[in-house]
Design a protein around this ligand. Structure first.
Ligand SMILES: Nc1ncnc2c1ncn2[C@@H]1O[C@H](COP(=O)(O)OP(=O)(O)O)[C@@H](O)[C@H]1O
Ligand SMILES: [Mg+2]
Length: 511
């Protein structure tokens, strides 16, 4: 392997290459290595510690870089500060030429590394309990591209996510998202939605069926190039706006889903729900399910006044949502959209911008209910669900359900959020992949690090320093080799989600 870095080696008196002793400490899963600034090692870098005698190597990742804590160094620095002041116009006497050595030592660092794997006979092995020799070990930088080829990460369905810091292209395998639970998190404006759009486009490229719960109406431009012309995916992308081009008739909804809407979104008490069930069945038997007939039936139904009031208030909530209609020409059967996208792949974008929380809940209940129905009778094979800020339209008790039950049916969810504590810890534990953008807030970092597959030290130390649009990949997508990537740009319209007041003001002043 030609991974040698000259600056990590030194020549002995005969002019032959000799390794510097660099290994300092090994404790459990961590190893400490001495390094100097000119070696340009940064947090997140991978190193290969090759023990020539044993013929095997450790793959380690730098997670923290500190100065070497040499006894007396503080005293030395202090002395130099005062010493320099007096020497402004004098000459430094250094007969033994030790200053350069001391300077070097002052600038030496300890790389705190996590051991990720052992590499033996061309294969990755999990046994990392052995200790490499201090004398016979050679330490070299391991570029991400090399690591990915050793670990066979790119796979059969490559997705070009972005570039590594060594400027190589980084690919993950779309298959590593299949059947998985993913979380994209980080603070605002760091590029979460951008990455999510990139994943959506790549999934439909490979023929997957995708549903996006779009809170800010920012996915609508996915089918358009930056110049406004349609791109190759334009006919695979369908934007559904509830109340506008997405309305349904009561006949298209089954009772179970309707009850979920009433109980979960509209908080209808159980006793009233029982009465509602009777009314619904009554109408369905007569083939009279419609908004109008439902209102009539409630008015004339023999029941307690409290129950009638409870039912009516929910009835008006359904009416006012604008999501239901009695007019067949307005109705858009959800199934037909799936018919369009299920063979060659495509995405339904549910645009929930400008919709009240309650209406969002109604729509999302309907969609999830319908998805389960379509999947359980094998009309659909599987669906990738992208949910932006799901806590705004899904009750917390629902998380577990979405994750466990829905996964069983073939709904593979990606949660996108800037509030990591809106996702329950149990969900993080089940997450297969985390795309982590910058967080500076301690609490947010704590939340993400506590329960994810990688160790919390790596996450905290790397995520805190990620620049915008840089993402730390964790989990199966990188076979548990945490990797930083600069997410690539997309040539599609990513409609701005934030409405600015002053930008608006200055634009209007100009015209
Ligand atoms: N990798 C990237 N390359 C180019 N522009 C990006 C990239 N990531 C994000 N952006 C842009 O930065 C802005 C914020 O990104 P966005 O994905 O909306 O952030 P978030 O969802 O985290 O709030 C958007 O205008 C987006 O187009
Ligand atoms: Mg966003």
């Amino acid at each position: 392997m030609v991974l040698l870095e000259k600056n990590m080696r030194t020549k002995d008196t005969n002019g032959e290459d000799k390794e510097k002793v660099r290994l300092y400490k090994k404790e459990g899963g961590t190893i400490q290595i001495i390094s100097f600034p000119d070696e340009n090692i940064e947090k997140g870098d991978y190193l290969l510690i090759e023990d020539r005698k044993l013929g095997k190597s450790l793959i380690v990742q730098v997670v923290e870089i500190r100065f070497v804590n040499v006894p007396g160094i503080l005293e030395e620095i202090l002395r130099e500060c005062t010493y320099n002041d007096n020497f402004l116009d004098g000459e430094t006497l250094d007969p033994f030429e030790i200053t350069s050595h001391i300077t070097l030592i002052k600038d030496a660092r300890v790389l705190h590394c996590k051991i990720r794997a052992s590499f033996e006979n061309g294969k990755l092995v999990n046994d990392i309990s052995w200790i490499p020799s201090r004398i016979h070990s050679k330490i070299v930088k391991l570029p991400i591209s090399k690591l990915f080829s050793i670990a066979k990460i790119s796979g059969n369905y490559p997705i070009y996510i972005g570039d590594t810091k060594e400027n190589s292209q980084l690919f993950i395998d779309a298959e590593s998202l299949d059947g998985r639970l993913n979380i994209i998190t980080g603070k605002k404006e760091t590029g979460k939605s951008h990455l999510s759009k990139l994943l959506v486009l790549n999934l439909i490229h490979y023929g997957a069926t995708v549903v996006v719960l779009d809170l800010n109406g920012e996915y609508a431009g996915l089918g358009l190039n930056l110049d406004g012309t349609p791109n190759e995916y334009a006919n695979k992308i369908h934007v559904l706006t509830p109340g506008q081009n997405f309305k349904i008739m009561l006949k298209q909804i089954n009772l179970r889903v309707m009850l979920n809407i009433l109980l979960n979104a509209l908080r209808l008490p159980g006793t009233s729900a029982r009465e509602f069930r009777r009314i619904w069945r009554f109408l369905r038997e007569r083939n009279e399910l419609s908004l109008k007939a439902l209102g009539e039936a409630m008015r004339n139904w023999k029941c307690n006044q409290h129950i009638r009031d409870a039912l009516f208030s929910r009835y008006y909530a359904l009416l006012n949502s604008g999501f239901f209609t009695d007019n067949p020409e307005e109705a858009s059967p959800f199934e037909e959209y799936f018919e369009k996208i299920k063979r060659n792949g495509g995405v339904l974008i549910i645009n929930m911008q400008n919709i009240s929380t309650m209406d969002r809940q109604i729509v999302v209940e309907y969609i999830l209910g319908k998805l389960v129905e379509l999947l359980s009778n094998w009309y659909l094979r599987s669906v990738f669900l992208f949910a932006e800020e799901a806590h705004l339209y899904l009750r917390e008790t629902y998380w577990d359900d979405v994750v466990t039950r829905m996964r069983h049916y073939g709904i593979f969810t990606t949660f996108i959020t800037n509030q990591p504590d809106s996702i329950k810890e149990s969900i993080y534990r089940q997450a297969d992949n985390i795309f982590l953008f910058n967080f500076t807030n301690e609490r947010d970092l704590e939340t993400v690090s506590r329960a994810s597959r990688a160790d919390s030290e790596t996450i905290k130390s790397i995520a805190r320093e990620l620049p915008p649009q840089h993402c730390l990949l964790l989990g199966k997508i990188v076979k548990d080799f945490p990797t930083v990537v600069k997410v690539r740009t997309l040539n599609v319209q990513t409609k701005g989600q934030t409405r600015y007041f002053f930008k608006f003001l200055s634009q209007n002043l100009k015209t």
